[in-house]
Design a protein around this ligand. Structure first.
Ligand code: C2E
Ligand code: MG
Ligand code: MG
Ligand code: MG
Length: 289
């Protein structure tokens, strides 16, 4: 009995593995085709100043629409695009499209774009794509903010620092994204030329109930301000969380409380309302998830 159970288990395992490989290959192929046909969109999520409710920036988030299925999650396709090397042209497209979009907004919020560590492997190419995006759009470089995660910094490469300094020299801002999740070192805040730190949403989720999270947020805020960085807390979903992070020293917030990521039309509608104040009305356009 044990033997046959074992054999069945082995058969099942093999079939699951085969299906795994199949769906991965399918996803890769679909991603390649989608990129070939440029079937991607950028949605934008507002970042809000807690003191005023003003939208100071919008983060560009890539969307892959699939017929009848809503959107493939970036959590699924970005890592794949990174493994396939596709993230380099896709990332350059995102920077350029975000600059073009922001230059046409009837409001002067900054635009934030996520940049993969893979894009930093060819610093000349990255800097050139930013220069082209700025030139083509005419966007004030001070309105462009590039978000990178701690994974970029673990190698502690001189090339990374040099590339970041070149981007700063263009007038572009740099944010450290998802702070506190990975290899967080407070030394990064001083060593690299960041202008902003974004505290990961896992802290926002706990801030109303957990003293440790409160202490961590308060400490990161104090430290960030010491190095002239501003602080955004990601993933704010309730008024209690917003009040709490403001009390702990954060000046900006991003999250579903204010708005979900919106398509172009949704963003225009949201920002057409004068005198936005906390809490903002829930987004007029929501996403299929
Ligand atoms: P991220 O840069 O940290 O972006 C914030 C993510 O949190 C977004 O997920 C956003 O929809 C989600 N979010 C915002 N507020 C809330 C909230 O209140 N509650 C919850 N539960 N979630 C919230 P999204 O759009 O699925 O993107 C996931 C990640 O994919 C991004 O995390 C970023 O790392 C990556 N990504 C997205 N677009 C790009 C891109 O153009 N280039 C690169 N390299 N990465 C991208
Ligand atoms: Mg981000
Ligand atoms: Mg983040
Ligand atoms: Mg993230």
């Amino acid at each position: 009995a044990a033997k046959s159970a074992g054999r069945n288990a082995a058969v099942l395992f093999t079939r699951e593995m085969a299906e795994g490989v199949h769906s991965r290959r399918t996803l890769e192929e679909n991603l390649r085709l989608a990129w070939r046909d440029r079937r991607f969109a950028l949605h934008y999520q507002p970042i809000v100043e807690l003191a005023s409710g003003r939208v100071v920036a919008c983060e560009a988030l890539m969307r892959w629409p699939v017929e009848g299925k809503g959107f493939v999650s970036p959590a699924e396709f970005i890592p794949l695009a990174e493994q396939m090397g596709l993230i380099v042209p896709m990332g350059a497209w995102a920077i350029r499209q975000a600059c073009l979009d922001a230059a046409a907004w009837p409001f002067d919020a900054d635009v934030a774009v996520n940049v993969s560590a893979i894009q930093f492997r060819d610093p000349d190419d990255l800097v050139r794509s930013v220069e082209i995006a700025l030139a083509d759009s005419g966007l004030d470089p001070a309105r462009l903010e590039l978000e990178v995660t701690e994974s970029l910094l673990i190698d502690d490469a001189d090339e990374t620092l040099a590339a970041m300094r070149r981007l700063r020299a263009l007038g572009v801002k740099l944010a450290l994204d998802d702070f506190g999740t990975g290899y967080a070192s407070i030394g990064y805040l001083a060593r690299y030329p960041f202008t902003k730190v974004k505290i990961d949403r896992s802290f926002a989720q706990l801030v109303a109930t957990d003293d440790t999270s409160r202490a961590i947020i308060e400490t990161i805020c104090a430290l960030a301000h010491r190095f002239d960085l501003t602080v955004v807390v990601e993933g704010i979903e309730t008024c209690t969380q917003a009040d709490e992070i403001a009390r702990l020293g954060a000046e900006f917030a991003q999250g579903y409380l204010f708005a979900k990521p919106l398509d172009g039309a949704g963003l225009q509608t949201l920002l057409a309302h004068p005198g936005l104040c906390l809490p903002l009305p829930s987004a007029p356009v929501t996403e299929a998830t």
